[in-house]
Design a binder for this molecule. Structure first.
Ligand code: EPU
Length: 418
């Protein structure tokens, strides 16, 4: 098990360069198997979720070459076979192999994906989409087999604007016969990034980034080159850390318009921000105003930043509320924040934060990726040295977090313990 030791209360200044988006890269890598030739993807973050996906591609027979921040995938040698449970359960995004393998080979057999325990996380909308395209779905316990004689375009309405289902249906329908329409599609920037990649390979996808996506099936896709967009959640996490302890901390190589829901809330509570074309400069203040947030699909306030933002609200004088509407189990960091001195109560889907409270060090545990990020933010603000256990969750999504924070003045060390 890996642990982090963070000595808090040091001002952070300098520049943090944002990596490629995890939630884009984890879809682009499985999507690459649809290509007819070699694909190069650059700005790929070096995080353990990418290692797990590369492992699955290699298991299927793809040739992979990874150099710093880029990955070359040759899918021409892939053999479609069942993906075993020990690899599929390493991460949520293994479910993108369902859409990609189904789209290319008309059959996929794999186990239910893993990922953070932040809610029930069903895949019924993905499967409903595959069925609408003409596939049949059978399952034996956790093993799902989805197959079709032929995939035919269809009109699919998603009951929930699901990121995963939207991307998976795009992957399954890109080589299908005829036109597929996804209505109430998710609009996240990662979806646009995946659609642009597929279009660069010769797909015909229109409307990505809106709630209605039209995919006209094509016969084949070529190889190509693509770049992962900057990680808006990593950028948002560091912006929040900047508001807690930044001394003109620059969050660089990012797309500020992807984070408007966060930056407008930060400005509302009194955070001093300079928003440039591809950066945010953030300075901390001693105290902030309280506010209320409710997580929503893009462009609303992102659920993936709710946990770190809650830490910032402990520094607001007065009562704030955070309502989590996407995942039913995303408050697991709260007991640990309370141990560190916060005053937060949770009722149903809403956390009530009474501030301002001083934070102090203790021993805490990362229960999921963004809970872990929230605890890092709290530890950087806290007096004393905080120990964070189960850091593996954090390393799934934040590239070189120790190095990036050390470079701007944080006192942070990672240790391997038994
Ligand atoms: N849902 C269903 N049925 C489905 C699919 C989703 O009921 O078939 C529900 C979910 O239970 C949830 C809601 O719909 O309540 C939204 O889920 P969505 O499918 O949009 O989430 P996801 O694709 O599984 C991605 C990100 C998450 C992020 C959410 C929401 C990846 C690999 N994961 O998950 O990221 O929270 O979208 O933006 O892209 C993270 O990075 O920490 C993370 C959890």
């Amino acid at each position: 098990m890996k642990t982090l030791k963070i000595e808090g209360n040091h001002p952070l200044s300098g520049t943090i360069r944002i990596s490629g988006a995890k939630n884009s890269a984890v879809a682009l890598i499985p999507a690459a198997l649809l290509a007819g030739d070699k694909v190069t993807i650059c700005n790929v973050p070096e995080i353990t979720d990418i290692d797990a996906l590369s492992e699955i591609l290699e298991y299927l027979g793809a040739h992979i070459h990874r150099a710093s921040e880029s990955i070359v995938i040759d899918p021409t040698s892939i053999v479609n076979k069942m993906i075993p449970e020990d690899v599929s359960k390493k991460l949520r995004a293994s479910y993108y192999f369902m859409g990609a393998l189904l789209g290319k080979y008309k059959k996929v057999s794999m186990y239910f994906p893993g990922g953070c325990s932040i809610g029930a996380r069903p895949i019924n909308l993905h499967l409903k989409g595959f069925e609408a395209l003409g596939a049949t779905v059978t399952n034996d316990g956790n093993l799902y087999t989805v197959e079709a004689k032929e995939l035919k375009g269809a009109n699919i309405y998603l009951d929930i604007a699901s990121v995963g289902a939207t991307i998976n249906i795009m992957l399954a329908s890109v080589l299908a016969k005829g036109t597929t329409t996804i209505d109430n599609a998710a609009k996240e920037p990662e979806i646009v990034n995946v659609a642009t990649f597929l279009n660069n390979l010769g797909a015909n996808i229109k409307g990505a980034g809106t709630s209605s996506i039209k995919i006209r099936g094509v016969e084949t896709l070529s190889g190509g080159f693509h770049e992962v967009i900057p990680d808006r959640i990593e950028a948002g996490t560091y912006a929040i850390i900047g508001a807690l302890c930044g001394n003109y901390l620059k969050i660089d190589n990012m797309i500020p318009s992807h984070l408007e829901a966060l930056t407008s809330k930060m400005e509302e509570i009194g955070v001093e921000l300079e928003i440039g074309e591809d950066y945010i400069l953030v300075n901390h203040a001693m105290e902030y105003l309280p506010t209320n947030i409710e997580t929503q699909v893009y462009p609303g306030f992102p659920t993936d930043l709710q946990q770190p933002f809650t830490v910032l609200l402990t520094q607001s004088k007065g009562i704030s509320h955070v309502s989590e509407t996407i995942w039913e189990n995303r408050f697991m960091h709260i007991p640990y924040l309370n141990q560190m001195g916060a005053q937060i109560t949770v009722e149903g889907e809403t956390a009530t934060i009474v501030g301002k409270t001083e934070l102090h060090s203790t021993i805490v545990e990362a229960t999921d990726l963004r809970a872990g990020a929230a605890l890092v933010a709290a530890a950087l603000k806290a007096e004393g040295t905080t120990t964070i256990k189960n850091v593996e969750h954090i390393l799934r999504g934040y590239e070189q977090i120790v190095e990036k924070l050390t470079n701007v003045g944080a006192k942070i060390e990672i240790e391997e313990i038994d």
